[in-house]
Ligand binder design. Structure first.
Ligand code: GLN
Length: 447
């Protein structure tokens, strides 16, 4: 708490510090320890954990960094949050993000941006920028974020920490404010692969309240010490030659490939022939799902209510106009257009077909390899305001989006600082569906 008080004014990772909740949980841990019952509390006993502010925690505000939900108080707790509490965690606070998770820099937060602890003039990435920066600044050892197109992995890379987006279905989405329900997945940020694996152990598994969650009895720490010997690691030549990939990031991915090879892994070239269409498919599917999910913020059921309107139509209009920021409005307008009669068949339906092709590409590639090594983002953390054009911002996720489209797991593993910018670089490890342990093992071999 002292460290957050001293350092977070500059970083602005936290939107709320839930001191009372953390101290109450800490005294329960102390009492258990005094009675010799610490082990009963679980693997996160006494560990402070922070949560992206799209995750409900009873009695705390859950704002999604939006004016729309500025005063919204959670009436219940998300399953992923509850599971950390059940494992003994101390809920330390709620973390800044891009508004409703739309963005790659945390600059769209209605409460001001989070700054990258490595260089306060640069962005921490996004949309889970607060979750990444809080860990990188040493304010909290573990946080949770959510990833719809790259929002765990890209800020993990920009902030130089371990960041895991598990396979879709590994972690329950119940109680996490939805962006793209078929793409969203919760995962941990931590400073070591083992810490991330322990946090994943706590939150993974079937939840009756999310019908897309799957049973999971994997211990994600089990094979971290196995090393890379015999691991078949795929490299995608088209990713390495992609326009926009900076030389310093490419060099780090190549170094990681060599390090894995030196540790006994076998490098195999794999093709993902439809991956270049992932970005186009995502910016159809994502806004369509977001448009549908954000319809509930109508000033009556949820969200900011603009006062003084005589009729419901003008109340809806003014509340949504004032409650949502520019990027949220852009996504809503895009989604409403793309799902309208006549337009649907031209964009939404083909995007779903592309989704099937990309999913098959990954399944074919994973016939040959255990894990794929790729860049996370084309570049390191950029300066505030440096990327003003939204479509240029969308390119931040060119290497992460296809994984959400296919649904398998991906993670960012820090591998040092870029030669040109001196900022952290992460490499992406991508696993076959429900073989998330493979990528954690490969990451541990790079640690
Ligand atoms: N940057 C992407 C977007 O703006 C992904 C965001 C996310 O994963 N939540 O949609």
């Amino acid at each position: 708490l002292e460290r957050i008080g001293a350092a977070d004014e500059a970083v602005h990772a936290f939107l709320q510090v839930t001191e009372d909740l953390a101290l109450a949980a800490a005294s329960r841990v102390d009492a258990a320890a005094a009675e010799g019952r610490l082990a009963e509390l679980g693997p996160l006993a006494g560990v402070p954990v922070g949560y992206k502010d799209n995750m409900n925690l009873t009695g705390t505000r859950t704002t999604c960094s939006s004016n729309m939900l500025r005063d919204y108080v959670s009436p219940y707790t998300a399953t992923c949050v509850q599971r950390t509490l059940d494992a003994g965690a101390l809920p330390i606070g709620k973390l800044n993000m891009d508004e409703f998770a739309f963005g790659s820099s945390t600059e769209t937060s209605a409460f001001g941006p989070t700054r990258n602890p490595w260089d306060l003039g640069r962005v921490p990435g996004g949309s889970s920028g607060g979750s990444a920066a809080a860990v990188a600044a040493g304010l909290v050892p573990v946080t949770l974020g959510s990833d719809t197109g790259g929002s765990i992995r890209q800020p993990g890379s920009f902030c130089g920490i371990v960041a895991v987006k598990p396979t879709y279905g590994v972690v329950s989405r119940y109680g996490v404010v939805a962006f793209g329900s078929s793409l969203d997945q919760v995962g941990p940020f931590a400073r070591s692969v083992e810490d991330a694996a322990l946090a994943l152990n706590a939150i993974a598994g079937r939840d009756e309240l999310d019908c897309t969650s799957q049973p999971c009895d994997v211990d994600f720490t089990a094979n971290l010490a196995e090393g890379a010997a015999g691991l078949r690691v795929g490299v995608v030549p088209a990713f390495m030659e992609a326009a926009g990939l900076t030389a310093e990031v490419r060099a780090k991915v190549e170094e990681a490939a060599s390090a894995l090879e030196a540790a006994g892994a076998v490098l195999v070239d794999v093709e993902l022939p439809h991956a270049q269409a992932a970005m186009s498919a995502y910016y159809v599917l994502g806004p369509c799902e977001a448009f549908s999910n954000l319809a509930r913020f109508d000033s009556v059921r949820y969200g900011y209510c603009d006062p003084g309107h005589a009729d419901l139509g003008s109340q809806y209009e003014a509340s949504r106009e004032r409650g949502f920021g520019p990027e949220a409005r852009r996504r809503i307008m895009l989604g409403s257009y793309l799902l309208s009669a006549g337009v649907y068949d031209t964009y939404y339906y083909p995007a779903q077909q592309v989704r099937t092709l990309i999913t098959r590409d990954y399944l074919d590639a994973f016939e040959k390899v255990d894990v794929i090594l790729a860049p996370v983002a084309p570049r390191t953390a950029f300066k505030f305001g440096e990327i003003g054009d939204p479509t240029e911002m969308y390119l931040s996720d060119m290497f992460t989006i296809s994984i959400n489209i296919a649904g398998n797991g991906g993670m960012s593993m820090p591998v040092g600082l870029g030669a040109d910018t001196g900022m952290p670089v992460g490499v992406q490890l991508i696993a076959p569906p429900f073989r998330d342990a493979n990528m954690l093992r490969a990451a541990a071999a790079l640690e």
